[in-house]
Ligand binder design. Structure first.
Ligand SMILES: [Zn+2]
Length: 189
């Protein structure tokens, strides 16, 4: 069963609020517009000195239904883009392109209640890069060696990069969720 290992990291989103999700639906069923406070998942399509642009594929929302907390994965109307400004990454850098690379997959928090483009912030533990590419050789780096140092080290070429890493960093997991929901990604993922 896929769900046993997929549900665990998603549940850890609730750590701060001590919420218990009684139901996690990994397959997107509905198309919705993102709202303030949602988590949005997307792949970086362009990054410059001050702003990164992502193509958003999924929205994660906690829904309360009586005593139940449901974590639902929803789909935004395609194409939905998101912008992340340098001041919203919660990580020091001279230029945004130094820490965010085209092809990275990022989980962010929707910070402004209007739609298109979404403005995202990486200001919580679960937000940040969840799947990162090696700057040297382009490999998808399987795991951060040390999350506290916010450094990704490539097992193939030894190259390293510093970035805002999400505590939900796990390229295999997110690729699986992309696969389940038939989301196409930029190469090489
Ligand atoms: Zn490498």
């Amino acid at each position: 069963m896929l769900s046993s290992y997929q549900v665990r990291p998603l549940e850890s989103m609730s750590k701060d609020a001590m919420l218990a999700y009684h139901e996690v639906d990994l397959k997107t069923r509905r198309t919705i517009q993102p709202e303030l406070g949602d988590l949005a998942l997307g792949q970086v399509v362009n990054v410059g000195d001050k702003i990164a642009t992502l193509l958003i594929s999924m929205i994660f929302r906690i829904q309360r239904e009586g005593e139940l907390n449901r974590l639902v994965i929803l789909r935004p109307p395609p194409p939905t883009h998101a912008n992340i400004f340098k001041g919203d990454v919660s990580f020091p850098c001279v230029n945004l392109v130094d820490i965010i690379k085209t092809g990275d997959i990022i989980l962010g928090r929707v910070k402004i209640a209007w739609f298109k483009p979404i403005f995202m912030s990486l200001d919580t533990e679960e937000t940040g890069v969840v799947s990162g590419l090696c700057s040297n050789c382009g490999l998808v780096i399987p795991t951060p060696c040390d999350l506290s140092k916010q450094t990704l080290i490539c097992p193939r070429c030894g190259g390293s990069r510093k970035t805002k890493i999400s505590k939900l960093y796990n390229p295999m997991l997110w690729r699986e969720i992309y696969h389940i929901n038939r989301v196409r990604t930029l190469p090489p993922l």
